[in-house]
Design a protein. Sequence first.
Length: 138
Amino acid sequence: MQGFLAVLPEINRLADSAPGFVWRHPSGFGHLSGGELLGDDLITINLSVWDSYEALHDFTYRSMHGRFVLRRSEWFTALTSPTTALWWLTVGQLPTPNDAVRRLRHLRRYGPTPQAFTMRRRFDPHGRREQTHTNWVR
C-alpha cells in the first residue's frame, strides 16, 4: 500500500483537473477506509461524482490515471466482483459512503440494474439499458 499511498496525491490532482470531474468524498488520505463500512481496514473506497460516464471512462482509462490502473495488482488484492458501483444522481446531490455501500451490495445481490450498475453494463438516467460497445484487439 505504501506505493499506492505515495502516488495517491498525484492521482487526486489528475482527477481534480479532469474534464467532467465534479466532487470526491473528502478523507484524511484521499480515499475512505472500508473498516467502518465494510469491516475491513484494508479496503479503500473511492467515492466520486462525474458529470457523465464518458468523462469518468476517459479519466479512468485514457488519461495518465490509466497507467496507475495497470499497476493496481501491485497494491491491491483481488476482491469479490463487482467492486465498482455506478448510479445516477440529481444535479447538486452528493452521495454518502453509506449510499455507496448500499449500492454496491445491491449490485452484488441483483446484478446491474438502474439502481446500481457497472462500467460494462450501464443504464441511462431514465433507467433504460445503454448499449455498450467493446472493441477487442487481437
